[in-house]
Design a protein around this ligand. Structure first.
Ligand SMILES: NC(=O)c1ccc[n+]([C@@H]2O[C@H](COP(=O)([O-])OP(=O)(O)OC[C@H]3O[C@@H](n4cnc5c(N)ncnc54)[C@H](OP(=O)(O)O)[C@@H]3O)[C@@H](O)[C@H]2O)c1
Length: 291
């Protein structure tokens, strides 16, 4: 039995889909408010709970052999990116889980002081490495599935909002490839007890994304490009009202202000470990947008 957290999210949903396509038993950790009917139709076992509650995590872990942590944090990095993963790891040890796959983030080890999600991910990575469990830590760059709503908006307006440096490099990974990598990490020996950066096959500039949208929809993009200090202004204003939200915006600013890409050598290593050819961003978008 697999336990997948974040089972209704971009990565988690695809992990559950692919596990069920392989006829594997999977328990999907979802919230009552989540959109989980697709997972039910695929005959995943639905576990309704909240990752903020230790008791829910304890119950969800009963009888599981593998755990894939793929949940996000709703801007509460301490409760969800940190505490919930620490509890999952403790429970994994208690019930004798055979392999734990953790979705971290590219750049978790760069010491971004202002980004709670990155700090929580790094702390969990270290805890998992010291746990004695078999593990794989995946550090994805941006996910292609995140761009689908932006592409839909572009289809209607032709406008793309690009905050910060358009020349910053990124390697967006197909979320389907990432789901496959997460699942195969359990069986592929080259992934055991490894930290693996995960990106797409190309190093893109951020300004390439609206160009790809433009090609897909046969429409010249209008790029709106405010400088990064606009985000700093918004953060300061938000901070006057809500310091928690201001801290959460620190992660957002870190994502916008830095480069997140995998080197060619890292991508070659990934393709070789998992024996797969990574999909380009354009191919992913065309499949989902049906163009
Ligand atoms: N997105 C990226 O570009 C990116 C890049 C690198 C790493 N990552 C990491 O990959 C992981 C997944 O990212 P994603 O983009 O797939 O996330 P996502 O689409 O935002 O999904 C987040 C998932 O977490 C669940 N969740 C949030 N709070 C919860 C709670 N209190 N209890 C139970 N479930 C809860 C959500 O459930 P609901 O459906 O109920 O909201 C949803 O299923 C995250 O850890 C993220 O840090 C993401």
């Amino acid at each position: 039995m697999f336990l997948v957290t974040g089972a209704t999210g971009g990565i988690g949903r695809r992990i559950v889909r692919q596990l069920r396509e392989r006829d594997m038993l999977v328990r999907a950790f979802v919230r009552l408010t989540s959109r989980y009917s697709e997972l039910e139709h695929r005959e995943a076992e639905i576990f309704i709970g909240d990752l903020r509650r230790e008791q829910d995590i304890q119950k969800a872990c009963r009888g599981v052999k593998y755990i894939i942590s793929a949940h996000g944090s709703d801007s509460d990095a301490l409760a969800l990116d940190y505490r919930a993963n620490i509890e999952l790891i403790d429970q994994a040890k208690a019930v004798g889980v055979q392999h734990f796959v953790f979705n971290s983030v590219l750049g978790a080890d760069r010491g971004y002081e202002d980004a709670p999600v990155f700090k929580a991910k790094r702390a969990v990575e270290k805890y998992l490495q010291a746990s004695g469990l078999n593990y794989t830590i995946l550090r994805p760059s941006g996910l292609a599935s995140n761009l689908l709503p932006l592409a839909e908006r572009f289809r209607q307006t032709g406008i793309y909002l690009l905050i910060g440096d358009p020349k910053n490099r990124t390697s967006i990974v197909s979320t389907d490839d990432l789901a496959r990598i997460a699942i195969d990490s359990i069986t592929v020996s080259g992934a055991r007890n490894q930290i693996l950066p995960v990106g797409g096959p190309e190093i893109l500039l951020r300004e390439d994304i609206p160009r790809i949208f433009g090609r897909i929809f046969n429409q010249e993009p209008t790029i709106v490009n405010p400088p990064l200090f606009v985000v700093d202004g918004v953060r300061s204003a938000v901070g006057l009202l809500n310091s928690q939200a201001q801290k959460a915006l620190g992660t957002f600013r870190t994502l916008l202000g830095n480069e997140f890409f995998c080197t060619r050598a890292e991508i070659e290593q990934l393709e070789s470990i998992f024996n797969l050819k990574l999909e380009t961003l354009e191919s992913f978008l065309r499949r989902y947008l049906a163009v």
